[in-house]
Design a protein around this ligand. Sequence first.
Ligand code: PRX
Length: 658
Amino acid sequence: MTTAVDERPDIIDVDDRVREGSTSQIQDMPAYREHWSRGEADPSGYWLAQTKQRVHWRKAPTQGLEGDCWSVCDGPITWFADGELNVTESCLDRQLAKRGDKVAIVWEGDEPGDVRELTYKELHAEVCRCANALRELGLKKGERAIIYMGMVPEAAVAMLACARLGAVHSVVFGGFSAEALRDRVRDCGASVVITQDVGKRGSKNIPLKATTDQALEGEAGVEAVLVYQRDASVEVAMKAGRDHWWHETVSPASAECEAVVCKAEDPLFVLYTSGSTGRPKGLVHTCGGYLTWTAYTHAVTFDLREDDVYACVADIGWITGHSYIVYGPLCNGATSLMFESVPTYPDVDRYWDMVARHKITIFYTAPTAIRVLAAQGPGPVRKHDLSSLRVLGTVGEPIDPVAWRWYYEVVGQERCAVVDTWWQTETGGHCITPIAPATPEKPGSATLPMPGIMPVLVNEHGRPMVGPGEGRLCIAHPWPGMARTVWGDHARYVMTYFTTFPGFYFTGDGCRRDADGYYWITGRVDDVLNVSGHRMGTAEFEAALIAIDELAEAAVVGYPHAVKGQGVHAYVVAQPGVEADDALTAKAHEAVRGSIGAHARIDRLQYVPGLPKTRSGKCMRRILRKIAEGEPDKLGDVSTLADPSVVDAIIEGAKSFG
Ligand code: PRX
């Protein structure tokens, strides 16, 4: 299906709206409904018009969407396939004329008041220098570079520098272990790694370079490692011929670098995320559609204004950092804050101190942080002047109405819109979310779909539901920001997302729709954990545990946790004759940390005599989940178990966790 360019005169050019104060085109519900209907009636036309207003194209596309949720089996869908662009021209070059001296990135370091500002002009120059340096180090269009850094502006510079060259970046969250980093380096076949000596978080040093060295030991593919120096007082080993300091390589390079022109569907980045089974998947996002989606949703959801100081306190290692610290905000010419520290360092009022000092107008964080800070009461918030705030966002996990109200009442002083944005690594950007200030809110609900998003709830028989009800959340039609494939394994992409409910993209989430058509995300319905907004696979925990010689079996499930959203409950079976002592427990924790990273922690480790298995040997995880959730009286049918007595022992053992 190809649709010609739709030049609707009634869509106001974004720059005109900027002058009026808002870059969103949706200020009220009639506008929302109109845009949503247009997006449904003519997706290609709607998005072609949007992309031309929001993205700078070298060659403007005339093709909209090609393909659908059925045709993905034969190959990726495409958006804007005949268009050509380099995303950094949208994010940097075209901003220079009007916004050259506007602050693009405000950086707040680990220590309060350790602040750096980069204007669009400065960011452009630094990205060009870095791109020139990376080219010198051998990085070419289409090749992959891993970025393993903390929250420093240079991480964003590195991403954009790769994009400048048409190279594909893959950012790996700085909490991941050497083993996890090595897996990702190998999977995407990276030739360059960009890292830093140490990361800083809450006064602690994170040994990023040392972990990189460990990960790359014996790896032949990586030819160059670029190292940003965060703390000159820390000594790190540098491998001659492979390792290069940023300040010796990037800083002296030319501040001019011609952008490499890419096709709309060339990959922009690969980002690894956990699924139900197997190793994390490298989801591929492409240049044109992803940038269109992030720019659009960033402007529309948050009601972006030219003079906003916008702060998303996520980490750049996750999709939220990609879409809503770097690509969306910079494409929109916004001032985007990057935060290196944690919400409780040096004190629990860190966020609110930062809001007051930087006069932040839009603040975007995760429900876990809100719950942690709400537990401190209103005192730390009230110490600061938060009158600059206009929009408050949340992301990453369901927000319970109590936390929502605290955010709205105490932080937002009942004045700010709260946008509970539901989306995923796979979706590239917001899919179900209130639009500030248009959408009437309901605490705990992600409310309504973005234009372009057609949610479908599917019942247990696989049938789409009409009206109110609860089911599995699917999306019926491709949108520009959706991931196109899994790096190197398109069959896995199709299998994971398009075969459970043929003809639909399956999100892995459960969801309720109320009588007003509002959506309430209930959480994952698969074996994916969401701990403090961090997505992890139970299979990854289990693989780490059973790699220990002394353990025979392991099953990991999530359970409700008051602060983290979900906690991790691991049931492990020791090998016959092995004593389940403290040393073994410590070994189990270390194995998970070594295999996944410091952010992956088992909250409850329970030794059990066996796992509840059916006579055919299948572990009944449902039973384990119910026990972990504290509902052993609701196990349902256990008649197919090979040995029901195991369940009694597990229930008994779980009592120690309260
Ligand atoms: O379960 C949903 C939950 O986070 C999952 C996606 O995780 P990830 O790919 O790491 O992306 C996180 C940042 C977008 C979803 O499948 N999730 C995300 N946002 C929300 C949410 N659950 C409820 N409400 C949300 N607002």
